[in-house]
Design a protein around this ligand. Structure first.
Ligand code: ADP
Ligand code: MG
Length: 337
């Protein structure tokens, strides 16, 4: 179990991590999601004892990361955003070096290296120079070093960045396998990646925790959209007259009139959106106004992520060449045409 209490980190004027508190329980795969610059790497570097916090307390299974550094660090395997690989070594040589640094006794070292090589499927590559390996294999070597010493928690900072789609799938499968034996924290700025692998997700934005829940719960709380789009074929005034009478409608907005068809966006009160649609249908029919479109707007996980992590200052936080959402992806594709 990892407990983080009131963690803050300041780099000069930049408050990179702002009073974060959360608990990571054993035995799950956690997603640490946030746009670039949100503070993910800073947080993970602090949790793993690689960077000092400005304030706050971190305990790994009860061991304070500063006061009982050795005990705490032994429980965590970390693959940083930029893996510290020595490219003129072979994976085996590199793992020998890391195993020694981690204090794994000489008698256990080779067996432990064999174990992590097998677990990360790099047996064939273990005696080639790292500089001749693909990025996907290098990432596996990075994961292998994190696994040395069999720590209970594995922390991976954006492990699929820069990989091609096939390599991404392979690394995802590997992470899912690791999740069976370890608690895993996986950071990413890509929602679909977190959705694909993680059971629980922490969303961080500007150094603050903005959501922490099971993926399903987040999905559920979001699926209850309370907006409905309608297109009526009556006059706008008549449509408004009917809407005014409906208790389930909190507010409405006339979007446009097009060839005698009026589109409105309605905000409803609490309730099943489909039940409200039924009432709308019947009421408009009774008033002789045909509705030609009746569409509850479902909020997706992606909408929530965008809502939680966007505002006017977003641009200064986002690398221009990185894509976080399908929407951005579409935009980029459109621009490319
Ligand atoms: P993420 O991993 O979510 O992209 P980071 O933790 O790398 O975010 O960065 C959080 C914020 O801290 C950003 O505004 C970044 O520019 C700033 N930052 C990160 N590292 C340093 C550093 N060594 N010195 C100054 N500012 C930094
Ligand atoms: Mg980062």
């Amino acid at each position: 179990m990892i407990t983080v209490e009131h963690l803050s980190k300041r780099y000069g004027d930049v408050l990179a991590v702002d009073d974060l508190s959360f608990t990571i329980e054993d035995g799950h795969i956690y997603g640490f999601l946030g746009p670039n610059g949100a503070g993910k790497s800073t947080t993970l570097n602090i949790i793993t004892g690689c960077l000092a916090a400005t304030s706050g307390e971190i305990k790994i299974d009860g061991h304070d990361i500063y006061e009982e550094e050795r005990e705490a660090k032994r429980l965590i395997g970390y693959l940083p955003e930029i893996p510290p690989l020595y490219i003129d070594q072979t994976p085996r040589e590199y793992l020998q070096f890391v195993a020694e640094a981690k204090g794994i006794s000489k008698s256990e070292r080779e067996a432990e290296i064999d174990r992590v090589i097998e677990e990360t499927h790099i047996t064939e590559m273990q005696n080639r120079l790292i500089k001749h390996l693909s990025k996907g294999y290098r990432q596996r070597v990075g994961i292998a070093q994190a696994l040395l010493g069999n720590p209970s928690v594995i922390i991976l900072d954006e492990p699929t960045v820069g990989l091609d789609p096939m390599q991404i799938i392979e690394i995802r499968d590997l992470i899912a396998e690791l999740g069976k034996k370890h608690t895993v924290i996986l950071s990413s700025h890509i929602l679909s990646e977190i959705q694909a692998i993680c059971e629980k997700v922490l969303i961080i934005y500007k150094g603050k925790l903005v959501a922490f829940d099971n993926i399903e719960n987040l999905g559920k709380s979001m699926a209850q959209g309370n907006e409905i789009e309608i297109i009526s074929s009556g006059e706008p005034e008549n449509t408004v007259e009917v809407l005014e009478k409906l208790a389930a409608i909190e507010s409405y907005q006339h979007i446009q009139t097009d060839d005698g068809f009026n589109s409105f966006r309605l905000t409803t009160r609490q309730g099943n959106p489909y039940e409200i649609c039924k009432v709308l249908f019947m009421t408009f029919a009774a008033n002789n106004i045909p509705l030609v479109k009746l569409n509850p707007i479902q909020t997706t996980l992606e909408d929530i992520f965008i809502e939680l992590t966007s505002d006017d200052e977003m641009d200064s936080y986002q690398d221009t060449d990185s894509i976080s959402t399908a929407e951005e992806m579409q935009q980029v594709e459109q621009e490319a045409r």
